[in-house]
Write a protein that binds this ligand. Structure first.
Ligand code: ZN
Length: 162
C-alpha cells in the first residue's frame, strides 16, 4: 500500500466499489468514454502490468469476465443519474450526462475495448495499474476499425493510402 494513492484507498473499503473479489476491485470510470466504462484495479499497489504476480494474473481473467457481466446487468442510467446529483467535477458531470443521454444505455454492448496505459508515456496518469473495459456499440463511430490503434490518432487508420 502506498500513501496518497487513490486506487489503494479504493481497495481498502468496498462500500463504494462497483464490484470486488479478494485481489481486485472495480469502479465505473468517472469520465466514461461510454456507458459502463469500468476499471479493474488490483488491491495491491502494482504500478505496471509486469508487476502482477501469478495469482493476480490468474484471477484477472475471471475478474474481467465477472465485471463484464456486472456492466451488462447494472442499471447504468440510474447509476450515472445518482452520480450527477453530486458530481466529482464539472468535467465529470459532462461525461456522465453524455452517458445518461447515450441512446443504447442499459442495452447489452455489441463489443468491448480493453486497455492498459502501461507507463506515463502511454498515457497513464494514476501510477497504480488499472485495466479499462470500454463498452462499444454499433454505430458509436462512423468507422471503428483500428480500435486501440487510435491511441496515436494519425496512425489508427491502416486502410487508406498514405
Ligand atoms: Zn496504489
Amino acid at each position: 500500500m502506498v500513501e496518497n494513492c487513490v486506487f489503494c484507498d479504493w481497495g481498502k473499503d468496498d462500500k463504494n466499489n462497483f464490484w470486488n473479489n479478494s485481489l481486485f476491485i472495480s469502479r465505473l470510470d468517472n469520465f466514461p468514454v461510454s456507458p459502463g466504462h469500468a476499471l479493474i484495479i488490483p488491491r495491491r499497489h502494482v504500478v505496471d502490468i509486469g508487476s502482477l504476480n501469478a495469482e493476480e494474473w490468474g484471477l484477472l481473467r475471471q475478474s474481467i469476465s465477472d465485471v463484464t457481466g456486472v456492466i451488462e446487468t447494472t442499471d447504468l442510467k440510474k447509476y450515472y443519474q445518482n452520480l450527477l446529483e453530486n458530481p466529482l467535477s464539472d468535467i465529470s458531470a459532462w461525461f456522465c450526462r453524455k452517458a445518461v443521454e447515450h441512446p443504447r444505455i442499459n442495452t447489452k454492448p455489441d463489443a468491448y475495448n480493453h486497455g492498459i496505459n502501461d507507463g506515463r508515456s502511454a498515457g497513464r496518469t494514476v501510477d497504480h495499474l488499472h485495466w479499462h473495459i470500454i463498452p462499444r456499440f454499433i454505430g458509436d463511430m462512423v468507422d471503428p476499425r483500428g480500435g486501440v490503434r487510435y491511441v496515436i490518432p494519425e496512425m489508427g487508420n491502416y486502410k487508406t493510402q498514405r
